[in-house]
Design a protein around this ligand. Structure first.
Ligand code: NDP
Length: 249
């Protein structure tokens, strides 16, 4: 059985990805930051699908935590064939780019960009050393290309993930490791729960998502399974939009 490491797998999109991968026959490392009970519930669901789960607490903004996460992942399953950089946070308060402070910027860069940048480095080096023809998927956002001036910190981290994908795709191709960026649209999770009414209006009345429904974590999970099961063997550095057509607007 192959094994996957999914960051931020305790809730939302990461949970959906972990369960979809388990359903496709992957053992799963379930990483979380603070919600141990939710991570344990995901692990139990993974096991119900006949796969193994290892729960690992790690704050991705912390270098020592990233290193321990990788050590514990390899200790649990021997090899990791798939890394999914999913964990991410939105700003707790939106602020105009002319006034936004550094604290939120530093927090978002640490978790959303620096975390995956160096976690990918660690896992890529392990894949190369083990001769693993691995796959690496990074969850970015339509915020990678949409200029939302009241949450610029979030947008720059997601745009950075697009370049992260290209850089690692270019560097790792010779080692048989393919790298992909998955861009979800508006997905129903805790992250969007606080702005549900606004997004309901945008989706159902204004049609910003041409397929007029909320996306689900399962929608994103299916795209990751397609990558993980090697349905795109001759594609790397590729963007896959899972956004109900949002990018068409
Ligand atoms: P949620 O807020 O529902 O879940 C976030 C997950 O990330 C949780 O598992 C959380 O763990 C984990 N996490 C947060 N901080 C850290 C950290 N420092 N280290 C490790 N894990 C951490 O978010 P979503 O599921 O909505 O989002 C997942 C990803 O998808 C994010 O990168 C987000 O930017 C992106 N995205 C989301 C969209 C949406 O509409 N929801 C749209 C486009 C992209 P814990 O449970 O322990 O707090």
């Amino acid at each position: 059985m192959s094994a996957a490491l999914v960051t931020g797998a305790s809730r939302g999109i990461g949970r959906g990805i972990a369960l979809a991968l388990a359903g496709a026959g992957f053992d799963v490392v379930v990483n979380y930051a603070s919600n141990a009970a939710a991570a344990a519930e995901v692990a139990a669901e993974v096991e119900k699908r006949g796969a193994k789960a290892a729960v690992v607490h790690a704050d991705l903004a912390q270098s020592a935590d990233r290193a321990r996460l990788v050590e514990e992942a390899y200790a649990a399953f021997g090899d990791i064939e798939l890394l999914v950089n999913n964990a991410g946070v939105a700003p707790s308060v939106r602020a105009d780019i002319l006034e936004a402070g550094e604290e939120s910027f530093d927090r978002l860069v640490g978790i959303n960009l620096k975390g995956p940048y160096f976690l990918t480095q660690l896992v890529a080096n392990r894949m190369i050393a083990a001769g693993t023809a691995g796959r690496i998927v990074t969850i970015s956002s339509m915020s990678a290309y949409t200029a939302s001036v009241n949450r610029g910190d979030y947008c720059v981290t997601k745009a950075g993930l697009s370049m992260l994908t290209k850089l690692y795709a270019a560097r790792l191709a010779e080692h048989g490791i393919n790298v992909y960026e998955v861009r979800p649209g508006i997905i129903a999770t805790d992250m969007t729960g606080g702005v549900k009414e606004k997004y309901d209006r945008l989706i159902h009345e204004e049609g910003v998502t041409p397929i007029r429904r909320w996306g689900t974590p399962e929608d994103v999970g299916k795209a990751v399974v397609a990558i993980a099961t090697d349905l795109f063997p001759f594609s790397t550095g590729q963007v896959i939009d899972v956004d109900g057509g949002f990018h068409l607007r």
